[in-house]
Design a protein around this ligand. Structure first.
Ligand SMILES: [Zn+2]
Length: 93
């Protein structure tokens, strides 16, 4: 039978996104905001062994930005017309 055991505890800090996001700069702005918090924690917070920015990425369709759901790197199940044009085995009309 499965048993749940304690392994570790951590503090998770969510950084406020930029007040005025600039189109196309959201990633850089948010990373910079995170780096500022990391620097502040290093300066002002006691009992911290380490602190670092952690980036998370997601796979999406390059054409319509739908979440990537398929194992294929070139075809996402037909999430949009442009993705469907990459269907390796299109059905006959
Ligand atoms: Zn798509």
């Amino acid at each position: 039978m499965r048993k749940r055991v304690w392994v570790d505890s951590r503090v998770v800090v969510e950084v406020r996104p930029p007040w005025i996001p600039r189109k196309g700069q959201e990633e850089v702005q948010h990373k910079n905001a995170c780096d500022e918090v990391v620097a502040s924690v290093r300066r002002h917070v006691d009992n911290v062994l380490s602190v670092a920015r952690s980036d998370e990425y997601a796979s999406v369709c390059e054409f319509c930005a739908s979440p990537w759901t398929e194992d294929s790197a070139t075809y996402n199940g037909g999430c949009c017309d442009r993705d469907e044009s990459n269907n390796p085995s299109p059905e006959a009309p």
